[in-house]
Design a protein around this ligand. Structure first.
Ligand SMILES: [Zn+2]
Ligand SMILES: [Zn+2]
Length: 105
């Protein structure tokens, strides 16, 4: 439901501005105006410094696989098959939660 998405976006923008919500914990994306799992495969969500979707060992972006039906989310380096980091783990958790949030809408 689009109404629920917009309401959540506005709510999260406010909470983030107030310092009550960390950008990593958002279920919506303020750049793309979508649920995070819907746009996380965009290059905008890759960050070499924080290592969101980034494999440092291979100097490569992690690929994203999202299964909306099962709620399964995976991010893996196309070269070594791993590439995990704390930032990526948090991003995966946010994607899973956003799939749940959309279902509940
Ligand atoms: Zn986005
Ligand atoms: Zn790698």
């Amino acid at each position: 439901m689009i109404v629920n998405l917009i309401a959540t976006l506005v709510e999260e923008d406010l909470a983030e501005d107030n310092g009550a919500l960390a950008p990593d914990d958002r279920l919506t994306c303020h750049v793309h105006g979508r649920w995070i799992y819907q746009c996380v495969s965009s290059p905008v969500h890759v960050n070499r410094v924080t290592r969101h979707r980034w494999c440092r060992g291979c100097d490569a972006e992690l690929g994203v696989v999202i299964d909306e039906l099962t709620g399964e989310v995976a991010m893996r380096c196309p070269r070594c098959g791993r590439g995990g980091s704390a930032a990526t783990a948090r991003l995966i958790a946010a994607c899973r939660a956003s799939i749940e949030a959309r279902r509940a809408a």
